[in-house]
Design a protein around this ligand. Sequence first.
Ligand SMILES: Nc1ncnc2c1ncn2[C@@H]1O[C@H](COP(=O)(O)OP(=O)(O)OP(=O)(O)O)[C@@H](O)[C@H]1O
Length: 232
Amino acid sequence: MIVELKNITKYYQNAASDKKRIILDDISLAIEKGDSIAIVGPSGSGKSTLLNVISSLDTANSGSIIFDGEDLSQKNEKELANFRNQNLGFVFQLHHLLPQLNLIENVLLPFIPVKDKKKRQEAEKRALELLDFVGLLDLILQRPGQMSGGECQRAALVRALIHQPNLILADEPTGSLDKKAANKLGDLLVRINEKQGVSVVVVTHSMDLAKKMKKIYQLEDGRLKQIAIGNE
Ligand SMILES: Nc1ncnc2c1ncn2[C@@H]1O[C@H](COP(=O)(O)OP(=O)(O)OP(=O)(O)O)[C@@H](O)[C@H]1O
């Protein structure tokens, strides 16, 4: 088991009245090691909120999140930041690569402050292996402006993997890609899950992407229900 969400409830207070708007209503979910999970649902149903709660970027109003046996609610902000750095990789709809840096510099950016030369060399080796894995080895000296949207998004995936996370959290990772590039990114997420054993949770409007995952959950009216077993 990697992550267990137990009875998570999240609501927002309506600014115009004293009513609560419940976004996540008593949600429980187990993400096992090696799982790949898609979360689908209507716009505004709370998919990103759920992903942010899983990652501890947002806090629930009640319930708990247990990550490898540790209760995240017991950690302070600094401990949570360390926990995210060690365990999680994030991929968003927009790649957020820095335009003035080339591809390899973007991927290795988190290692610039690292003083240990050996650690930096290991990261460089891993970066090259991962860039090869996603088919970008020829582009390492190019800047994001000289790369296609699909290539930038694959680079963002490498950046998310550089710390060797246990879990990748992807929020609409194919949302800004055309069908072909989206398909390629989806296949890469599957290969990373299967070959490298990284668990994947992906929020998406795309059933094509969702169907590549082992399990598909629908979030609607605050409730999460498994609607399909995907490629398992
Ligand atoms: N800080 C906030 N204060 C009040 N309401 C919020 C806040 N953040 C999000 N919401 C509301 O919570 C609901 C869920 O938002 P969320 O972004 O999680 O939905 P989503 O399913 O990811 O939507 P989409 O598919 O459109 O990206 C939305 O109705 C949104 O307006």
